[in-house]
Every structure is written in structure tokens, then in C-alpha cells.
Design a protein around this ligand. Structure first.
Ligand SMILES: Nc1ncnc2c1ncn2[C@@H]1O[C@H](COP(=O)(O)OP(=O)(O)OP(=O)(O)O)[C@@H](O)[C@H]1O
Length: 325
């Protein structure tokens, strides 16, 4: 663990106490295969136009700096008039020097407070975001259809199963064969013929998970989808994750629910302020992460109590002064 963790700011937001249906369960370790993914000193930097993201990223302790101004060709500048962003260009260093190796058959949880870089790391592994520096070597095809992935909200669930399946490299025939299974797994019933924008967030997340795991991918990425499901869905998801691992696939699971991570993973990566602060067996990392979260909750509530005390004292002194004058 680095000093960064000890210095973490008070911008914390997570569900540590959501100990749910899967509390107390543990994923079984299976013999691991060869490495299937190597992440080597990976850095991801976003260029941000205007000040809003920059301020929120700064609050989370991320490294934000002014970027060198982009010189635009004068003709393009004129053509683009009215579409230019207002405010300075800055950079958010969302992933900072992350390195690790994953093996076939591993189920790896990624934990960390909001804005620590978990989703960015997943998206970089799938190739959705190019590395600023460093490298990602993948053996196999990662499937990422987490809750942030863009299926088409205006299209029906059925059409999205087709699009999602094609995006994952399935043939139209394979999609046809898997169709009923996906609908049943997602438990969306007749909603399959309704546009996805009419779905509850839970239904949409379940459908994404069902699509992304339909083809038993080499690397399955799951970003929070399981958090929105009920006990039965979680049990089905767990079985699906096991199936992927047994067929020598690798699973990455981002979740704010420690009990879900404990139930479904065999290894945990803890991200903080874009860095990998701990990488190890589930119990070791979740114990340290729980302690970190509790310490910061305590620090935050003491700071709030101190603030209230100070306000009361200030109010009292004001009243005293008014009485005297
Ligand atoms: N497209 C983007 N442009 C600019 N900054 C971004 C972009 N995507 C993410 N960021 C910033 O990068 C940092 C890491 O974000 P990321 O979504 O990876 O964190 P996270 O750990 O997944 O957070 P959460 O738990 O809230 O989902 C945040 O400060 C975020 O504001």
C-alpha cells in the first residue's frame, strides 16, 4: 500500500455495508493457465475542455494539469466557430503506471472509491481507450458490455441482443441460437420487444450482462451489472462466471459491493487515484480496503462533527456580541 492511500481526500462514496445475498460466499480457486493479459506501466490521460470535470477530478485527488494549447489551423478555426469549447484545456491522469498480469481461469475483482480509475482501466484493457504510454497485451477477445457501454436505447431489446452479439464476434446464426437463453437469463420477458429506453436500470444492466456473457468470451468484463440484480440473478451470474473460468476464460469484475467481489473473485486489484495500491488474494485486499474505508468514514464524520461544533460556537459568540452592543 502507498502513502497515497493514507492521504486520500474525503471525497468518498461507496456501499461497503450493502452486505447482501452473497455475503459470506467465496469463489473457488481453480488451476490457472498461462498469462492471457499483461498490462505494463499503463498511463491513461483524458484531455478535458472547460473547467467542470477538471474541478471534480481535482477534488478526488487526481493529477490534473493544464495541457499545452492545441494550435488549430486558421481555416478550421473559422469553420469551427461556434462549436469551440469554452475554457482551458486540461488533462486528467486517470490511470497512473498500472502493471499486472492475469492468467486464464482467474476471476479478478477491481475495487476503489469513486473516480479511482476502475472503469477507465477496464475500457483500456478492451482497447476502447488507447494508452497514453505503456502497453496492454491481450491473448483473446475481451467482451465489455458494462452498465456504461452504449447499446442503443431507442432500439428494442431484441435488436440490441443482435447488435451486441455481432459486436462480440458472434455470427447471426449463433445469435439466433442464443436468443431465448439471453432473454431468459436477463429476465426481461415481453420487454424484449420494447425500446431499451423504457427499461428500468436493473433490467438494462441484466440484459447487458446476459449479452456480454452469451458467447462465453475469452475475457469477460463486468462493470457493476451484478449490483442491480436480485438474489436469483446473482446466482445465475455467478454460475455464468464460473462457466467462463472453467473454459479457461478470465473474468474482471468492477463492483462497489465487497461481498459480491468476495463471492465471485479469486484475486482483487485495489485502485486509488489512478494507481494500483494493492494486488493480491481476496481476503487480504478486501480486509485492507474495508479498514481504509472505515477509517475515512470515521475521519469524515469527525470532521463534520467538528464543523458543527465550530458553527455552534460561532453562533453563540455572535449572540453574545449582539447582547453586549
Ligand atoms: N471521458 C472522460 N473524460 C475526462 N475525464 C474522464 C473521462 N472518463 C473518466 N474520467 C475521469 O477519470 C477519473 C477516473 O474515472 P473512472 O470512471 O475510471 O473511475 P471509477 O473508479 O470507475 O469511478 P466510479 O466508481 O465512480 O465508477 C475520474 O476523475 C473521471 O472524472
Amino acid at each position: 500500500m502507498t502513502d497515497d492511500v493514507a492521504e486520500a481526500d474525503a471525497h468518498l462514496d461507496f456501499d461497503l455495508e450493502d452486505e447482501s445475498d452473497d455475503a459470506g460466499e467465496h469463489a473457488e480457486s481453480i488451476p490457472l493457465g498461462d498469462p492471457c493479459l499483461v498490462v505494463d506501466d499503463l498511463h491513461i490521460v483524458f484531455r478535458v475542455f472547460g473547467g467542470k470535470k477538471r474541478e471534480s477530478a481535482k477534488k478526488q485527488g487526481l493529477h490534473v494539469q493544464d495541457a499545452t494549447p492545441v494550435r488549430r489551423n486558421p481555416v478550421k478555426r473559422l469553420l469551427g466557430a461556434g462549436r469551440q469549447h469554452v475554457g482551458a484545456v486540461s488533462e486528467v491522469h486517470a490511470v497512473r503506471g498500472v502493471s499486472f498480469t492475469a492468467r486464464h481461469g482467474e476471476s479478478i475483482g477491481i475495487v476503489g472509491i469513486n473516480g479511482s480509475g476502475k472503469s477507465t482501466l477496464l475500457r483500456a484493457i478492451t482497447g476502447l481507450i488507447p494508452p497514453h504510454t505503456g502497453s496492454v497485451y491481450v491473448d483473446g477477445e475481451p467482451a465489455l458490455l458494462g452498465v456504461n457501454a452504449a447499446l442503443m436505447p431507442q432500439m428494442t431489446g431484441a435488436k440490441n441482443i443482435e447488435i451486441g452479439g455481432l459486436a462480440l464476434g458472434m455470427t447471426p446464426r449463433q445469435i439466433d441460437e442464443k436468443f431465448d437463453e439471453v432473454v431468459e437469463f436477463a429476465d426481461i420477458g415481453d420487454f424484449v420487444d420494447m425500446p431499451m429506453r423504457t427499461y428500468s436500470s436493473g433490467m438494462a444492466a441484466r440484459l447487458r450482462f446476459a449479452i456480454s456473457s452469451a458467447a462465453v468470451p475469452d475475457i469477460l468484463m463486468v462493470d457493476e451489472a451484478l449490483a442491480t440484480g436480485d438474489a436469483a440473478f446473482k446466482a445465475r451470474s455467478k454460475a455464468r462466471i464460473e462457466e467462463v473460468r472453467e473454459q479457461a476464460g478470465t473474468v474482471f469484475l468492477v463492483s462497489h459491493s465487497i461481498s459480491t467481489i468476495e463471492a465471485m473473485c479469486t484475486r482483487v486489484l485495489w485502485m486509488h487515484q489512478g494507481q494500483l495500491v494493492m494486488d493480491g488474494p481476496v481476503e487480504e485486499v478486501t480486509e485492507a480496503y474495508r479498514a481504509f474505508v472505515r477509517a475515512h468514514r470515521q475521519a469524515r464524520s469527525s470532521a463534520r462533527a467538528g464543523g458543527r461544533r465550530q458553527n455552534r460556537q460561532d453562533g453563540q459568540s455572535r449572540q453574545d456580541r449582539q447582547r453586549r452592543s
